[in-house]
Ligand binder design. Structure first.
Ligand SMILES: [Zn+2]
Length: 136
């Protein structure tokens, strides 16, 4: 178990902690890991409980998930939600094994992606085209 610094108060907290015990600020790194969605989980949920929008709850699409649940409860709505779930299942199959896409749907940006983007931008500003011309 490693210790990390809280982004809010700077106190040492466990990297496994979901929030800082001192100030209550969410441990950003851990929240990202905990919130990371897996494609196979979404697929199984869609397959097993797709008609009640189980996969949509998982992918944080709560509004459409609630609509699916209500429709299924009305019995007649099952005709709509069964087709809806089937369409979602096909969409999921089109993105088979693509965890990055699943996270994008859920509105989660992986930490690794963010870090690589910022470091890439820094490298661009560091490069000196003037120095290269002098070398020639
Ligand atoms: Zn704190």
């Amino acid at each position: 178990m490693a210790m990390v610094f809280c982004v809010e108060c700077g106190k040492k907290i466990s990297d496994r902690a979901l929030a800082c015990p001192e100030c209550g600020a969410p441990n950003r790194a851990n929240v990202m890991i905990a919130g990371e969605k897996k494609w196979w989980v979404a697929f199984i949920l869609c397959w097993m409980v797709g008609v009640v929008g189980g996969h949509r709850y998982y992918l944080r699409q709560t509004t459409s998930a609630v609509i699916m649940t209500i429709l299924t409860c009305t019995i007649f709505g099952i005709f709509i939600t069964s087709i809806w779930a089937l369409v979602d299942l096909i969409i999921l199959l089109c993105h088979a094994g693509d965890d990055a896409w699943v996270n994008q749907v859920a509105g989660i940006r992986p930490v690794v992606e963010k870090v690589s983007r910022t470091s890439g931008a820094k490298k661009k500003t560091v490069s000196k085209p003037v120095a290269r011309k002098k070398a020639k």
